[in-house]
Design a protein around this ligand. Structure first.
Ligand code: KG4
Ligand code: ZN
Length: 342
């Protein structure tokens, strides 16, 4: 069974994994850099790139040792080649190129977003194309129709912030720590989701696009008013964000996005309340619901190795350039109003 080594370094997780094309995760490591970035309340690109450079080679050696494999046993080396923080992407990609050259193996340059988009197929052998994907991470908030490997039609995107970014900023405003998503989710359990009146930007709009900047500003005003507990703000914010996600998905489905399955991927898909709301939505539309386990929702290398398995046969040139931007749907036009930040 062919085994692919996957490398991920586009943001603040250094990750390495070996995945077999029969969907077995042979070995994997994820090293979080949370401690290094916490004092700054966000990811510092230079610190991230240095941390990737320090850790990546020993982590690759570890997974190879654990699996008892040599370079010559591998079918290909797959690495995230973008989009992401360019210094980090270069560290992972250059490591992959060195291994590909040393082992005379194919290099497969992976779009990080495709890694997220295909991750549900790693855990669910029954998930066939086409499916409707909600991709919700720190940098992206999109609805895509996935029609095949490399074939993605974007139905919606955010005109300002990504939903994960809204979680992170809410955590920062409330002073509850970094990374923000899990901190908001924990605190939301103790709060009343109806306590704070917050807007649901673009809800009801004809196009299924998202907007979260106004929600973040409203969280700021609610916090500064001193009228509400942080738990009530966290719970009300999380509910508002979920209402936006479900309304926009309903719209995308009404506009022709229906598919046999609704799939969610990306860091925000680790949120249990988000998953529950999407599962209910899928049931309403008679769609099967597929969500990878939380550890495969946040950044990891198993999804990159798996995307490599899906692309076996491809061999990218060793001068493949790291890409800071790399949309999944090259034909999608910018959403109307995009770039307007509140
Ligand atoms: O996919 P990911 O790990 O990295 C990117 O490609 O961006 O997503 C990270 C994002 C962050 O904004 C983080 O706050 C959010 O996912 N996130 C969550 C949760 N876990 C991670 N948001 C809400 N609830 C969570 N449990
Ligand atoms: Zn990601």
């Amino acid at each position: 069974m062919p085994v692919v080594l996957g490398i991920e370094s586009s943001c603040d997780e250094t990750a390495v994994a070996l995945v077999a094309s029969d969907r077995r995760i042979v070995a994997q490591r994820v090293a979080s850099q949370d401690e290094a970035h916490r004092p700054y309340g966000g990811v510092v690109p230079e610190i991230a790139a240095r941390a990737h450079a320090d850790r990546i080679a020993p982590m690759i050696a570890e997974v190879m040792d654990e699996a008892g494999l040599e370079l010559r046993d591998l079918a290909a080396i797959a690495a995230t080649a973008g989009p992401g923080l360019i210094g980090g992407v270069m560290v992972g990609l250059v490591s992959a190129k060195a291994l590909a050259m040393a082992g005379n193996l194919p290099l497969i340059a992976i779009n990080h977003l495709e890694g997220h988009a295909l991750s549900p197929r790693l855990v669910d052998p029954e998930l066939d194309f086409p499916y409707l994907l909600l991709l919700v991470s720190g940098g992206h908030c999109q609805i895509l129709r996935c029609e095949g490997v490399g074939q993605y039609r974007r139905l919606a995107t955010t005109i300002d912030d990504a939903v994960g970014e809204a979680f992170d900023k809410t955590a920062k405003i409330l002073g509850i720590g970094f990374p923000g998503g899990p901190a908001v989710e924990r605190l939301a359990h103790e709060g009343d989701a109806k306590a704070v009146p917050l807007p649901r930007p673009l809800v009801g709009g004809k196009e299924p696009h998202f907007s979260f900047a106004g929600l973040k500003s409203a969280v700021m005003r609610a916090h500064e008013s001193g009228q509400y507990s942080t738990a009530d703000i966290a719970a009300s914010f999380q509910q508002a964000a979920i209402d936006c996600l479900t309304d926009r998905l309903d719209r995308a489905i009404a506009n022709g996005g229906h598919a046999p399955a609704l799939v969610v991927a990306g860091g925000v898909a680790a949120n249990a309340s988000v998953r529950a709301a999407l599962e209910a939505l899928a049931a309403r539309h008679a769609m099967r619901f597929v969500a990878p386990p939380p550890r495969l929702c946040t950044d990891n290398a198993a999804m990159i190795a798996w995307a490599g398995c899906e692309r076996l046969g491809q061999n990218d040139p060793l001068d493949f350039k790291a890409r800071p931007r790399w949309p999944l749907d090259l034909e999608a036009e910018p959403a109307r109003g995009a770039g307007v930040k509140a």
